[in-house]
Design a protein around this ligand. Sequence first.
Ligand SMILES: [Zn+2]
Length: 415
Amino acid sequence: MKKKQLLICLFLVCTILMGYSQTKGNLKITILKNGFIFDDKFDSKKGSIVMEEDKIKDIFYTDDLAKYPGATIIDITGKYVMPGLIDSHVHLATASYQDREKYNKYMQDQLSKMIYAGITTVRDMTGNAIILADYKRASNFNQLPAPSIFYAAQFGGPAYFDMERKFSKDKGDTPWAQTITEQTDMKIAVAEAKGAGATGIKIYSDLTSDLIEKIVKEAKLQGLQSWSHAAVFPATPTDVANARVNSMSHAFDIPFDFVTEKMNRSKRPAIDEKKLDKLLLLMKNNNIILDATNYIGNNNKLYAGVTVTKRAHELGVKVSTGTDWPYLFEKDNVVPLFKEIKILTKDCGFTNKDVLISATKVGAESIGVEDRGVIAIGKRADLYITNSDPAKQIENLQDGFMTIKSGIIYTENKI
Ligand SMILES: [Zn+2]
């Protein structure tokens, strides 16, 4: 290379580097100073968190902020910082597309309330993907105070959809709600779900164990998760667990594994303790998360879910906190996720720390995302800050000070 060419090259490299460092210099740095920061086991230590745009850049346990001159400082002395909460089972868009206008305002209000209650991510377990994609986009671009949204496409057998569509205005299959039979080209079915923006397949109802295995295999090949109901009919919970799905929803449906005669949807058999342990250990070995949804279970008098969840926790099965609650806030204005959390501590043997891990780290695992769920360098700046310690008293989760989702601050307080 000639000298002149070399100089030009050097000039170009310098320009690019300067441009790069200048962009870097312009990135917004915010420091959350002097709070109690929870680690992945929910032990807390006094320190500060440095956020750069939407990521956690640094965490330090000294008073020395000199490393970041010009940073915006938010003093959180005496407050507690945990990862943002995750509801692993919501339904944000079950209304038909035609009714959208009517429900939009209501749902936007619910999404906003979720953010202020500390929920930074939700997993939607089937709904209209046109509406969900819209909310998801609005949330990603911070056009709406809303949690990050991940959603599923619903796969079920003809018996389920025939029954369902008798009452529905939306006729026929869509990429997000597909009838699956032996004749289905699974590659196309999963590709369509993926094209509709789903990141998981909800294995819903009326499917054989063979078909479930095919779905799980193809979903995995295309980088999608498999989120199943615990009982799918005719497939049993053991069939579902054997298919190595990523999560199984509804602890109260687990007793369908203990039928001795013909499976009957309307009649849940009694719990067989020996068989229950066998199934739960299978779930544990296959790393399947139990999306227990006890809040909706108890409201429908399906109290067996609590017994199942308690035993699952004792045996070391991971349990996520999902509500499956269609009306996100009731009149008492308490976030339904808190009610699910409360059942887990009160009736299922979870310590406060256990349940906080369920509502954050396990929640992220249930969705199949690794960029959130714990406070660590490089993770998303998804945080929930409370005025008092939730590990000490779980009710303190309702004593919120600030939610941060991908670096954006949501607070009703003056800072
Ligand atoms: Zn559901």
